[in-house]
Design a protein around this ligand. Structure first.
Ligand code: ACM
Ligand code: ZN
Length: 523
C-alpha cells in the first residue's frame, strides 16, 4: 500500500524504486520555490515537472520509475500537490515506483481558524498554511472578529484595533466554570501583515477567506464604537466565552448584544469595513457570519422595530434577513460571493440564492432550511458539528465521526451533491490557547478531513486510513508536531467520561494532558 493521505483517485504500485541523489535536482516548467527547499534546480535533472494544460487545476499525474520521476500538471498547485505525494512516499533515500493520477473530489477543502478568542499570530498561521499544503487543503477561513477581540486593522476605524483587539481577562476552566484569568490578551494583524500571509498562502494554492461576523459576535466592535449597539452603553471587550448558560444569563453581562439594525451609521460602518476587507483579500468569497444572533435587543429597540414596521417584516428573523440582503447586495456590487452560517437560511425574506450566497451548515441539530437550500440549487459548505468541530474533544467526536462523514446523513440528496462546494473543519479557539493543543486538535483530524474532501464516501476505508496514518506518525514525531494518540483520537472508554465532564467543568485541557501521559509511557 502507498502511504499517502489523502489517498489518490488512482494509484498503481510497481516494482523497484527511484533513488534520491545526495545532490538531487529537478527541472520544471513552473517556478517552484517550495521544491527548491528540498532539491536544486538543474537542467539535466531526473525529476521533471511538466506543464500539461489538459489536467484539472489541482490535479496531477505522477510516474516514478527507477531512472526518473515525471510530474504532469496544468499549474503550480498540481505540481505542489504531486510534490506532497512524493514527500509522503519517500522512504529513506528511496521512492517506490508507481503511477498516480489524482485530483480532488471537492473543490473546497478548508479549515477555519478563530483568532478572536485566542490570537496565534503570523508565524503560527504560516505553519498552519504549511500543514494545510501537506494535506492538500486549499481554503483558510480566517475568523478575524468576534466578541472577544477584533484582529484586523481597518484604516477608517482605528479604534477597532486600538480598543477592540485588547481584553483584560480570559475565561478559564470550561464553559460552565465561572473562573477567569486576569491577564490581558491582545493582538491584531495590520493590513500589510495580512497581505504577506495572503501571498504565503497563495504560493501554497490556498485561498484565504476572511470572516467578519455580523450582526452578533461583534462586541469587540461595540467596545470601540458604542454607537453600533441599540442602547449605546459603554462596553468592554469581553473575556467570558459563555453566554447561554443560566448562571451567566443572570449576570448583568450582555454577551448577547447585536449591532443595531435600525441606524444608518451601523450600515455605513458595515459597508466601510467590508469595503476595506474586499480590497485587501483577493478571494471572491467573503464570510459575513450571521450566526447566533439573539433577538432580545432588537425587540426592545425602537429604531429596530421601526425598520420592521416600515418594511413589513414579519419579525426579528426577517430583520436580520433585511440586513443580510443589504450586505449581499453590497458584496455583489464588489464582485464578491457572500458566505453565511446556516442560521441566515431561516429568514424567508432572504435573497441568498439570487445573490449566489453560500450557506455553511454547522449546527448540531438538523436545519431543514439549510437542507432545503442545498437541495433546491443553493451552494453549501459542510461543517456539521458532530464531524467537523475540531475544537471539541475527541472524547466527544472521535476521529471516525470525521472520517466516515457522508453528506447524505445531513440531508444532502445525492442529485444535489454538485451544490456542495466541499467540507471545512472548525478550530474555534475558546479552549485552544496554544500551539500544542492546536496541533493535537489538528492531527490526525485534518488528515481525515482532507480525505473526506478528496474521495467520495464510497471510496473511503477507515481501516486503510488508520494504517496509512500509522506509517506517517514517525515523520510527525521527527518534526516535533503534537498529534492525538490513537487511544485519544478514537476515544477509548478509559478516560472518555472524565474528559467530557472536565471539558466544560474545570479543565478543557485534560485531553491534552492525558495524551502527553500516553506519550511519556511509550518512551
Ligand atoms: C458557530 O459555531 N457559531 C458558527
Ligand atoms: Zn436597534
Amino acid at each position: 500500500m502507498l502511504n499517502i493521505i489523502p489517498y489518490p483517485k488512482f494509484a498503481k504500485e510497481k516494482s523497484g524504486a527511484f533513488s534520491i541523489d545526495d545532490n538531487q535536482g529537478f527541472k520544471s516548467d513552473f517556478d517552484l520555490p517550495l521544491v527548491e527547499e528540498y532539491f536544486s534546480a538543474s537542467d539535466n535533472a531526473n525529476i521533471v515537472f511538466i506543464k500539461d494544460p489538459a489536467i484539472s487545476k489541482e490535479g496531477y499525474k505522477l510516474t516514478v520509475d527507477e531512472g526518473e520521476i515525471n510530474i504532469f500538471s496544468s499549474g503550480k498547485t498540481g505540481a505542489y500537490y504531486a510534490f506532497q505525494t512524493l514527500k509522503q512516499l519517500i522512504d529513506g533515500k528511496k521512492i517506490p515506483c508507481c503511477e498516480i493520477e489524482d485530483e480532488p473530489y471537492f473543490s473546497w477543502r478548508g479549515i477555519n481558524i478563530d483568532e478572536s478568542r485566542h490570537f496565534f499570530g503570523k508565524e503560527q498561521i504560516k505553519k498552519v498554511l504549511d500543514y494545510m499544503l501537506f494535506e492538500k487543503l486549499n481554503v483558510l477561513h480566517w475568523h478575524l472578529t468576534d466578541d472577544h477581540g477584533w484582529r484586523i486593522e481597518i484604516k477608517k476605524y482605528p479604534l477597532l484595533t486600538e480598543i477592540g483587539s485588547k481584553r483584560e481577562y480570559t475565561h478559564i476552566g470550561g464553559w460552565k466554570s465561572f473562573k477567569k484569568e486576569n491577564k490581558p490578551h491582545c493582538g491584531f494583524y495590520t493590513q500589510q501583515e495580512i497581505k504577506e500571509i495572503i501571498a504565503y498562502a497563495k504560493e501554497r494554492g490556498i485561498r484565504i477567506v476572511p470572516e467578519i461576523d455580523f450582526p452578533a459576535h461583534s462586541i469587540s466592535a461595540m467596545a470601540a464604537y458604542p454607537y453600533l449597539s441599540c442602547f449605546e452603553e459603554e462596553q468592554e471587550v469581553i473575556g467570558y466565552f459563555s453566554w447561554d448558560y443560566p448562571k451567566f444569563r443572570s449576570l448583568d453581562f450582555r454577551a448577547n448584544k447585536t449591532l443595531c439594525l435600525g441606524k444608518k451609521e451601523v450600515y455605513d460602518f458595515v459597508f466601510s469595513v467590508l469595503d476595506e476587507v474586499c480590497a485587501l483579500f483577493e478571494s471572491e468569497y467573503i464570510h459575513i457570519g450571521g450566526d447566533e444572533a439573539p433577538h432580545s435587543e432588537w425587540k426592545r429597540c425602537e429604531k429596530c422595530q421601526k425598520v420592521i414596521r416600515e418594511n413589513n417584516l414579519k419579525d426579528e428573523t426577517e430583520l436580520q434577513g433585511y440586513f443580510e440582503n443589504k450586505v449581499f447586495a453590497f458584496l455583489k456590487e464588489k464582485g464578491k460571493i457572500p458566505i453565511g452560517w446556516n442560521e441566515i437560511a431561516s429568514a424567508e425574506n432572504l435573497k441568498s440564492k439570487e445573490c449566489g450566497a453560500v450557506i455553511q451548515y454547522w449546527t448540531r441539530n438538523r436545519d431543514i432550511n439549510a437542507e432545503n437550500y442545498v437541495n433546491s440549487g443553493g451552494k453549501m459548505i459542510l461543517s456539521n458539528h458532530q464531524c467537523f468541530y475540531f475544537d471539541m474533544p475527541y472524547a466527544r467526536y472521535p476521529l471516525s465521526n470525521t472520517y466516515c462523514y457522508n453528506p447524505a446523513d445531513y440531508g444532502v440528496n445525492s442529485e444535489n451533491l454538485s451544490n456542495v462546494l466541499g467540507v471545512e473543519g472548525e478550530f474555534w479557539s475558546e479552549w485552544i490557547s496554544d500551539k500544542k493543543k492546536l496541533e493535537m486538535q489538528m492531527f490526525p483530524r485534518i488528515q481525515a478531513l482532507s480525505e473526506v474532501g478528496w474521495l467520495p464516501a464510497e471510496k473511503r476505508d477507515l481501516k486503510d486510513f488508520i494504517q496509512r496514518w500509522e506509517a506517517q506518525k514517525p515523520m510527525f514525531e521527527k518534526l516535533g508536531i503534537n498529534y492525538a494518540k490513537d487511544e485519544i483520537a478514537f476515544a477509548s472508554n478509559k478516560h472518555r467520561a472524565k474528559i467530557l465532564y472536565k471539558f466544560t467543568h474545570g479543565n478543557p485541557y485534560l485531553e491534552v494532558e492525558l495524551n502527553d501521559k500516553i506519550k511519556e509511557q511509550r518512551r
